[in-house]
Design a protein around this ligand. Structure first.
Ligand SMILES: Nc1ncnc2c1ncn2[C@@H]1O[C@H](COP(=O)(O)OP(=O)(O)O)[C@@H](O)[C@H]1O
Ligand SMILES: [Mg+2]
Length: 265
């Protein structure tokens, strides 16, 4: 079997300010997978994604990507860090964190310019990605004045322009209208068909169903309680209730008993 793209071996992590979040988490992700990270608010989805993106680092245990151990020390090498972030693209939940220029075209060109590509190559790549995402109309706009959906498109463009092998998206559809959500899921599925590895965090079970074949489930106490086929996990109501991804209560109106189901935000 091929070696995993990402491998966490007994990884523990805690933010400097507080209690440990993860204890002894182990998992592997292979190239070409489409994986969903499912968990309620505060379960640790963003934290785990940031470890995969080498934005934060395990306190104990080992995190490997591309057969190399990823440590803070290693990522201090600018060349290594740039190459890693080119290969592994991260799309933040909040696009405002990601966007920092005053013009969409410059926003998308920033990464390729940082890579040291020639002006012609940068120009070509930016135009290609504007065409691909059908956002030529936004090219002269200020990213910060766009709608939420448009911001997300520009954030996705600024990552796709680097042609990453892995796309990691933190709650990508939160705050998007249904049409933009559909646009994004179609795009991700198409990229996955072309060989890209897709890792998406969400508490939206419908999105998990559409976007992934495998799901990793985090409990509210930050434990990886399940790693399996998304279809099976979505049918496991007991599990989904235990991790607060669905809430169910039974009550009686007159003669009949009703079960109500909510998905949690
Ligand atoms: N920068 C931070 N400093 C301290 N604690 C944090 C920080 N970010 C997140 N946490 C805590 O880590 C836990 C997991 O948070 P997070 O990864 O953001 O969960 P999720 O993305 O699933 O909502 C929560 O208890 C949260 O309060
Ligand atoms: Mg989060």
């Amino acid at each position: 079997m091929d070696t995993p793209l990402f491998s966490l071996d007994k990884v523990s992590f805690g933010y400097a300010s507080g209690e440990p979040i993860f204890r002894d988490i182990s998992l592997e992700i292979r190239a070409g997978e489409k994986v969903c990270l499912l968990g309620a608010n505060g379960s640790g989805k963003s934290t785990l994604l940031k470890i995969l993106c080498a934005l934060i680092f395990p306190v104990h245990g080992r995190f490997e990507a591309y057969k190399q151990e990823i440590t803070e020390n290693r990522m201090e090498d600018d060349h290594v860090a740039k190459e890693y972030h080119r290969r592994v693209g991260f799309i933040f939940q909040n696009s405002d964190v990601q966007l920092f220029t005053t013009r969409v075209w410059d926003e998308i060109a920033y990464g390729p310019l940082q890579m040291g590509l020639s002006p012609q190559e940068v120009h070509q790549r930016v135009e290609d990605v504007l065409d691909m995402l059908n956002i030529q109309n936004l090219r002269e706009r200020s990213p910060h004045r766009l709608s939420g959906g448009e911001k997300k498109k520009v954030a996705v463009a600024s990552v796709l322009v680097l042609n990453p092998e892995v796309l990691i998206l933190d709650e990508p559809t939160s705050g998007l209208d249904p049409k933009t959500e559909r646009w994004l899921t179609d795009l991700l599925l198409e990229l996955n068909r072309k060989g890209r590895t897709i890792i998406v965090s969400t508490h939206n079970l419908e999105l998990a169903h559409v976007i992934s074949t495998r799901s990793l489930v985090l409990s509210e106490s930050h434990e990886l309680v399940c790693d399996g086929c998304t279809r099976d996990i979505l049918e496991n109501r007991e599990l989904l209730m235990a991790v607060n991804l669905i809430d169910e209560y039974c009550h009686v109106h007159g003669e009949s008993e009703h079960t109500h189901r909510y998905t949690h935000g």
